[in-house]
Design a protein around this ligand. Structure first.
Ligand code: NMX
Ligand code: MLT
Length: 438
C-alpha cells in the first residue's frame, strides 16, 4: 500500500504537465470581464484563483474532485462499523483526487492519529489562556504556535529548492490537521471541563481522529455523536477556494508562510459571524425563539419571530450564501442525518431547524434583500451537536475549523507542488476607478 506522499509523487508530474499545457495553450484567453460592481462588491463572481479539490455550482452545490456529496457518501470509506464518510478518507481524496481503498484509509488514519499528540509548549500556551477568551481565539493561537516545529519553515531557512517545497508543506499539513483535533479537544476541556486532567483519556492510536476528539471531550461512548463528528468533519472540509477561510490559507501560504501560520490566519476569518461563526449564531437564534415561543410554535409564530429579527436590521443566521442559489447540499446531508436518527428527529431544537427550512425562505423572499433565501450548512449543524449534549455553542466553529484545515491545506500542498506565485491582485482607488471608466 502506498503512502499519501508516494501517491502524490506519482500524480504531481501529470498535474504539473496539465498546468503547463493550460498556460502555453490558453494563457492569453479571457475568462470574463470585471465590472466596477464586482470590484466594490467583494469580488463576487470574479474568476480569480486556481483551486482543484472542489468546485461550487450555484444551483447544484459543491463537488469534490467532480463528486457530489451523495456520490462521496456512496464511494468514500467509512469507519469500521460506521456509516458516515471517514474524514481521513475525505482528506486523502481531497489531497489526491483518488478514492482511497480500505487499506490506504487504514494506513492514512494511523499516520494521522500517530501525528496527533501536541508539543509540550502548545499545551502550555493553551492551558495558560483565559477562559473568557473565545474558543476560536484559542484555536488561532494553538495552531500558530505549532509553527515552532514547522518542517517547511526549517527547510526553507536551510535553502531547499522550489521543486521540493510541496514535501515539507505536506508534512506540516498532515501535522496541522491531526493536531487540530487534539487542540480542539484541549480547548473544550480547558473552557468547559476541569482542564486536561487525569480523567482525559490518552489518544487511542487504533481509532480515528473523530473518535479520539469525541472521547477526549467525554462523548466517546455516544456512537451517534462520533458518527455526527465524522460526517460534520467530512462535509465542512472544502467549499472551493473563494470563501474567506480557504482563500486566506491560500493567500497567506502564497507568501511562503508555513501551513501552520497560513491555517491559523484562516481560522481568524472562520471566526467571523458571516462565515463559520454563523453556526453558533443559529443556535443562539433558535434558543431565543424557543425561550419566547416554547417547544412547539405554530408556523405563524415562527414567521413573526423571523420578521421581528429582520426588522431589527439583523440577518437570519444560517440563511443566504454568496454563491449558492439553492438549499446547501451540506445542509441537506446534515438534515437527513437528523431525520434518520430517531433520537434527533424528535428533538425540539432540531424540529425548529426543519420548521425554519419550511417557512424562512418565504419570509426572506418577501423581505426581498438576500439573493439566496435558502439554508446554508450552518443552519442544521449546531442543532445536532446540541442534541447530543455539546451545549456550549460558542465552541461550534472550532469543529468547523478542524474540518476546513483538510480542504485549505490540501490545496496549499498543490499550490507548492504547482509552483504557484505570491498572490497580489490589483486594487484601485475611487479616483482610479472613475478615471478607468470615463
Ligand atoms: N438574513 C437577512 N438579510 C440577509 C441574509 C440573511 N440571512 N443574507 C443576506 N442578506 C442581506 C445582506 O445583508 C445584504 O443586505 P444589504 O444590501 O443591506 O447589505 C443583502 O441581503 C444582499 O446580500 P447577498 O448578496 O444575498 O449576500 P452576500 O453574498 O453579501 O452575503 C452571506 C452572503 C452568507 C454573508 C449572507 O447571506 C449572510 O449574512 N447570511 C447570514 C450569515 C450566515 O449564515 N453566514 C454563513 C455562511 C456560510 N458559512 O458557513 O460561511
Ligand atoms: C463555506 O463553507 O466556506 C461557506 O459556505 C462560505 C462560502 O462558501 O462562501
Amino acid at each position: 500500500v502506498l503512502t499519501v506522499r508516494e501517491t502524490l509523487e506519482k500524480i504531481i508530474p501529470e498535474r504539473q504537465a496539465l498546468l503547463k499545457e493550460i498556460k502555453t495553450q490558453h494563457g492569453s484567453k479571457t475568462l470574463g470581464n470585471v465590472t466596477v460592481d464586482q470590484v466594490v462588491g467583494g469580488g463576487r463572481g470574479i474568476k480569480f484563483m486556481l483551486w482543484d479539490p472542489s468546485v461550487l455550482d450555484a444551483e447544484e452545490g459543491i463537488r469534490f474532485w467532480g463528486r457530489s456529496i451523495p456520490e462521496c457518501q456512496r464511494d468514500l470509506p467509512t469507519a469500521v462499523g460506521g456509516k458516515e464518510i471517514l474524514p481521513e478518507a475525505m482528506f486523502w481524496y481531497l489531497l489526491t483526487g483518488k478514492v482511497p481503498s480500505a487499506e490506504e484509509t487504514k494506513q492514512f488514519q494511523e499516520e494521522l492519529v500517530g501525528r496527533s499528540e501536541l508539543p509540550a509548549h502548545v499545551e502550555k500556551v493553551l492551558d495558560a489562556l483565559p477562559k473568557t477568551l473565545h474558543p476560536m481565539t484559542h484555536f488561532v493561537i494553538g495552531v500558530a504556535a505549532l509553527n515552532h516545529d514547522s518542517k517547511f519553515a526549517a527547510q526553507y531557512k536551510a535553502g531547499m529548492k522550489k521543486s521540493e517545497y510541496w514535501v515539507p508543506a505536506l508534512e506540516d499539513s498532515l501535522d496541522c490537521v491531526a493536531k487540530s483535533f487534539t487542540i480542539a479537544a484541549r480547548i473544550y476541556n480547558n473552557l468547559y471541563r476541569n482542564g486536561h486532567d487525569a480523567s482525559v483519556p490518552a489518544i487511542d492510536k487504533s481509532k480515528d481522529l473523530s473518535f479520539n476528539f469525541a472521547n477526549q471531550i467525554g462523548f466517546g461512548e455516544s456512537e451517534g455523536f462520533v458518527e455526527l463528528i465524522r460526517l460534520y468533519n467530512s462535509l465542512h472540509t472544502d467549499h472551493e477556494g473563494g470563501n474567506v477561510s480557504a482563500h486566506t490559507t491560500h493567500l497567506v501560504g502564497s507568501a511562503l508562510s508555513d501551513p501552520f501560520l497560513s491555517y491559523s490566519a484562516a481560522l481568524g476569518g472562520l471566526a467571523g459571524p458571516l462565515h463559520g461563526l454563523a453556526n453558533q449564531e443559529v443556535l443562539r437564534f433558535i434558543l431565543g425563539m424557543q425561550k419566547e415561543l416554547g417547544d412547539s410554535a405554530s408556523d405563524e409564530q415562527v414567521v413573526d419571530f423571523i420578521w421581528k429579527t429582520l426588522n431589527k436590521g439583523q440577518v437570519i443566521p444560517g440563511y443566504g450564501h454568496a454563491v449558492l442559489r439553492k438549499p446547501d447540499p451540506r445542509f441537506m446531508a446534515l438534515q437527513q442525518f437528523g431525520v434518520k436518527h430517531p433520537e434527533t428527529a424528535n428533538d425540539p431544537v432540531f424540529k425548529y431547524v426543519d420548521q425554519l427550512y419550511r417557512v424562512a425562505p418565504g419570509v426572506l423572499t418577501e423581505h426581498g434583500k438576500t439573493k439566496n433565501p435558502y439554508p446554508n450548512v450552518d443552519s442544521a449543524s449546531g442543532s445536532l451537536l446540541y442534541h447530543y449534549g455539546l451545549k456550549q455553542f460558542d465552541f461550534y466553529t472550532v469543529t468547523f475549523g478542524t474540518s476546513r484545515a483538510m480542504g485549505g491545506l490540501a490545496q496549499l500542498v498543490w499550490d507548492r507542488a504547482l509552483g504557484l506565485p505570491i498572490e497580489r491582485p490589483k486594487s484601485l482607488s475611487m479616483e482610479a476607478i472613475l478615471k478607468a471608466v470615463q
